[in-house]
Design a protein around this ligand. Structure first.
Ligand code: SER
Length: 314
């Protein structure tokens, strides 16, 4: 059967790059970008686009009916920092958007569904270093709570109804093509823009705040590799731990100084995002992803730093 793919939330940081990658494999016309906002020129002109709000069940239903997709990627969400400003909206979008899509995927017998989770599912009592797949999880942001509940729903739909739903717990994603979406890890993107523009950056996270991060190229490749993996190799239907690199603002600044020797990093105090970062892991044990579907990151801190600077300079 020919693949038809819906990407819901196509204009965000991940969607922008995922749509392009999927179109390169499946053909432009077979990957339908969907968002509540008008896409940029490139995305819109390369292939089909639909205005869709994942909370609007009727429109969503009409889109499933129109395209009868074999794969659906649901990326529409409110992230950790933005979510704290509007907890009820974050819960509504992150949870009911997911349930709407899971139900329609069952109804239309969509072959595979992808939904992203996050390191935000962990909390203050989770182990901080090499955080394992299975451990105490007590998220204290609405984003993290909605992602953990979403993971349980994904597993439930798989166990009860046989839906082939797959998921990854993304770390902070670093990219240059589209702006980040209001997360706690966004400093690691802003720092590159300011380093090039101003030669200095004021970090909202403290010098020693270590967090798991990943370059977008790795994240997109990993996502597609998980979706391509044979179903019987996957033991986890909640969401896979997914590791890239881990670093602090201080260490990232030192790496940037190899390219921009005078780069200055200062620290802003009392930012609410610090508390969120302090509740998250420093590094991730992703041995299930490595063993079950061959996951291996390619970008270390040196490689992602030079790639970011090179592309942003253009
Ligand atoms: N990058 C996300 C955030 O900071 C983590 O999933 O919210």
């Amino acid at each position: 059967m020919k693949d038809k793919i819906l990407v819901l939330g196509s204009n965000g940081q991940i969607g922008t790059e995922l749509v392009t990658a999927l179109r390169a494999t499946y053909g432009n016309d077979n990957v339908v970008a969907c968002d509540i906002r008008r896409p940029d020129y490139e995305l819109k002109n390369a292939g089909p686009f639909e205005f869709v709000n994942v909370l609007d069940k009727d429109t969503l239903h009409a889109i499933f009916k129109k395209y009868n997709p074999t794969q659906v990627y649901l990326l529409a969400a409110l992230l950790s920092a933005t979510g704290e400003q509007n907890p009820k909206l974050a819960w509504d979008l992150n949870m009911n958007g997911l349930l709407n899509v899971l139900d329609l995927a069952l109804f239309y017998q969509t072959a595979k569904v992808y939904w992203p989770s996050s390191i935000a599912v962990f909390g203050p009592n989770s182990p901080k270093s090499n955080t394992p797949q299975y451990c105490t999880m007590d998220p204290n942001t609405i984003y993290g709570i909605s992602k953990l509940a979403g993971e349980r729903w994904c597993e439930y739909y798989h166990e009860k109804y046989g839906l082939d739903v797959r998921s990854i717990r993304y770390p902070g994603l670093i990219s240059w093509k589209a702006a980040p979406g209001g997360g706690t890890t966004d400093y690691a993107i802003h720092i590159f823009h300011d380093a090039l523009r101003k030669g200095s950056y004021s970090s909202f996270l403290s010098a020693e705040t270590e967090l798991p991060m990943m370059y977008m190229d790795d994240a997109i490749r990993g996502t597609i590799e998980l979706m391509d993996a044979p179903a019987d190799q996957l033991s986890i239907r909640s969401s896979y731990n997914f590791g890239g690199v881990s670093f602090t603002p201080e260490v990232l600044a030192a790496e940037i100084r190899k390219h921009i020797p005078d780069f200055k990093l200062t620290y802003a105090e009392n930012d609410p995002r610090q508390q969120i970062a302090d509740s998250w892991p420093k590094s991730i044990d992703d041995s299930f992803a490595r063993k079950e579907w061959g996951w291996k990151p390619e970008f270390d801190i040196a490689k992602l730093t030079s790639d970011m600077l090179m592309n942003l300079k253009k």
